[in-house]
Design a protein around this ligand. Sequence first.
Ligand SMILES: Cc1ncc(COP(=O)(O)O)c(C=O)c1O
Length: 404
Amino acid sequence: MLDTKKDFPLLKRKISGKDLVYLDSAATSQKPVQVIEAVKEYYENRNANVARSVHKLGEEATEAYENARKAVAKLINANSEKEIIFVRNATEAINLVAYSYFLPIAPSGGKIISTVMEHHSNIVPWQFINSHGMELEFLGIKKDFTLDTENLGRILSPETKLVTVTHASNVLGTVNDPKEISGMAHDNGSLVMLDAAQSVPHMQVDVQDTGCDFMAFSGHKMLGPTGTGILYAKEEHLESMEPFMYGGDMIKEVSLEGTTFNGIPWKFEAGTPNIAGAVGLHAAIDYLEKIGLEKIRRHEAELTEHALDEFSRLGGVEIYGPKNADKRGCVISFNVKGVHPHDVASLLDREGVAIRSGHACAQPLMKRLGVGAVARASGYLYNGKSDFDALVEGLKKVKRVFGV
Ligand SMILES: Cc1ncc(COP(=O)(O)O)c(C=O)c1O
């Protein structure tokens, strides 16, 4: 098991007089001292705007920002750093593809396939495209909480322009097989978008191996600062796409008669970017790579196995997600029978245990599961088995208090 908690200053906090047990990393991760220091060092020594000033500071800020882009490209094995666009979060990355690639072609029809296990950010932008002329269809899930990929073969048609799927579910923990999905979609002539917000932080994701055309993920869920997100897109697509936003930094030349745009990736980064965020994200990637994403994946699989085991002994708790720790991430959604998940989360908070409760930005999935809300505990590289033991102890208390 990894032993990294010491690197995370916030995890030393006490909540309600108890040691904090942070089990809400699927929402956002905590930050190691290495990331916090990198941002501080940047502001203390190198802060300037990028790509504008010829002075030394401007050069250093630009170099730091572009080095962060190279680090992201290397992490996911992109062909080139030109394929990496810095945005604010995964949601913005998906919107960029929706607005820049699909909005212009939407009036001529076609179909997009998404799934019922998506986060709202991989549903709502496509509903927007649907309102401009493209059909939208959703692939279901099976009884074992895995994606119904058999049905994908049946619903793919010559009309399908895009298949957009989460790599790992933020509710079920299910890890989908992007290679299988890409293979089927590409054989059909459809593009593939991967929502990797819950996978890139936790496992080695190689965009070339997955075969996806577009991939969105959030820097803030992988130890980086908030306000950092990434769109990966194949160079050929970026070259053909319209800009998403217009203004400074994304131009080559402007006259009152018209504008020529900058090359990729800068064509998609209008205005001053989150330079300090990129610097922090670079430090986060260095941190993850130093430990190794394979090791992180194994650590989380062990945590998941332990947690599922402990949960099964509790009784009266329903879990929504695959049973096999190998096929899922460390995101465990559940309900204590007879207790509302908000009450579960509030009582746990008094024990210092932070979990999420609610619809987890996946209302269609809640409907499919037949529940209004869930409680969700999610672990990361800094959690140990003792964190899940504290959760289980807290749940025993919840059951006692509510007499269930
Ligand atoms: C699977 C998934 N996709 C997308 C998002 C959206 O991420 P962000 O809030 O960084 O845009 C989340 C956030 O929880 C998520 O879990």
